[in-house]
Design a protein around this ligand. Structure first.
Ligand code: ACO
Length: 379
């Protein structure tokens, strides 16, 4: 077997062959199934994009309507899942609640053969439908309220915002939110997708696959960064303080949250779209002081770190949009998960089609032939 050079973080090492999405990090290009993200953000919606990612092509009108109806029908969660979630501590992070609830779905929906297309479709629909309901239910229950039932007359994003706030959202806000979901739906073999693929390769059930990916997305170097961005803007507090804050953080070799990417060496195209959306929202609903701080932060980071290819990533502006929609900061990553379920499922399906269990090798750098030391002789 050919021996490859060890690369920390598997940087640059292909882990699969995929047709799902493509990134050219030096050009700032992102395509889902060959379609540019800018076009999908402008013309598609999240559920249609999810269909595209998972089944490989845009649905016909009839296919899309059928898919939307199925997802709408499966939005409710069983009362036993809701009651289980009621027992979660309200101080717990919503990503932990989501990981546990996603895994719990596997208890309720029987495992069937993974080569059965009906089972695959059912799992796809259930996960896309129920994850938003679980995120909204935890939010309401941790505040001592009963969750609200999904509303069949509302589309995917409007219904989620309704379940979260108990108020029908402004159509423009719901549209912006839907674009955010589209932008976060997929991004090649990132950490959580790889985690989903490794779990999928053991032929376990799809709920375990998604639970595993949710756990991986939760980390601050991945999906958790958008929360940290808001914490950072909070700490900076004013436009004047942005430059000294960032310069001092860079001098102390701290990572600036919402910047840098393993793949992009230019500004993440999703950050550009999100920045435009944020500007439109603020124009319509009134300005946001955090946005002015963010723009100054971006300017300073580009000046200081642009030469290293460090620019704003998707997490930098998404938090600002969610904050403006009144979404609590610790729900930003669960919302990322709601969107990324589409990509995880697309890779799950792709993995099943060519499956071989993941079993990389290692470079052993430990000792050999060490004698066992009895406990009384150990220092
Ligand atoms: N702020 C300051 N310096 C940075 C940053 C940053 N955000 N990101 C990278 N660098 C610097 C590193 O210090 C390092 O410098 P050096 O070569 O002088 O030592 C160099 O750039 C390479 O950094 P690595 O950490 O090795 O790059 P890697 O590709 O492993 O990391 C990552 C990518 C994890 C995204 C990193 O840029 C980071 O931690 N960013 C902040 C967290 C963040 O925003 N994450 C969201 C990513 S997008 C997503 O997951 C949806």
């Amino acid at each position: 077997m050919a021996v490859c050079e060890y690369k920390p973080g598997l940087e640059g090492i292909p882990a699969t062959r995929s047709e799902v999405s493509y990134v050219d990090g030096s050009q700032g290009l992102l395509e889902y199934r060959g379609i540019r993200i800018e076009e999908l953000a402008a013309k598609s919606n999240f559920l249609e994009t999810a269909y595209l990612l998972i089944w490989g092509e845009l649905p016909s009108k009839t296919e899309l309507e059928k898919f939307q109806d199925e997802v709408r029908y499966h939005r409710r969660i069983k009362y036993r899942i809701r009651d289980m979630m009621k027992c979660f501590p309200e101080t717990g992070h919503p990503m932990d609640a989501l990981q546990a609830s996603a895994a719990a779905l596997g208890l309720f929906y029987s495992r069937r053969a993974l080569d059965n297309p009906e089972y695959i479709r059912e799992a796809v629909v259930r996960l896309l439908a129920k994850i938003p309901t679980m995120v909204a239910a935890f939010q309401l229950m941790r505040n001592g309220n009963d969750p609200v039932q999904p509303r069949d007359d509302l589309d995917y994003s409007s219904n989620f915002l309704y379940m979260l706030t108990e108020q029908e959202p402004d159509p423009f806000a719901a549209q912006v939110f839907d674009v955010c979901l589209t932008l976060h739906a997929e991004h090649t073999i990132n950490a959580s997708t790889f985690s989903a693929m490794v779990t999928a390769s053991t032929l376990t059930d799809p709920y375990a696959v998604i639970a595993s990916a949710v756990g991986t997305l939760a980390g601050p170097l991945h999906g958790g960064a958008n929360e940290e961005v808001i914490a950072m803007l909070d700490e900076i507090g004013s436009v004047e303080n942005a430059r000294p804050f960032i310069e001092s953080a860079i001098a102390q070799k701290q990572k600036i949250m919402g910047f840098g990417h393993r793949v992009y060496t230019v500004k993440d195209p999703r950050a550009t779209i999100l920045q435009n959306l944020a500007e439109q929202l603020f124009e319509k609903n009134g300005s946001d002081p955090y946005y002015d701080i963010a723009v100054e932060v971006e300017k300073v980071v580009e000046e200081k770190l642009g030469h290293k290819g460090i620019y704003a990533n998707v997490d930098f502006y998404s938090g600002l949009v969610y904050r403006h929609l009144g979404i609590p900061t610790d729900l930003f990553t669960p919302i990322f998960a709601i969107a990324r379920v589409a990509g995880w499922l697309a890779h799950w399906k792709e993995q099943l089609a060519v499956n071989r269990i993941f079993r990389p090798t290692q470079e052993y750098v430990g000792n050999h032939g060490v004698s066992y030391l009895p406990i009384e002789k150990r220092s």
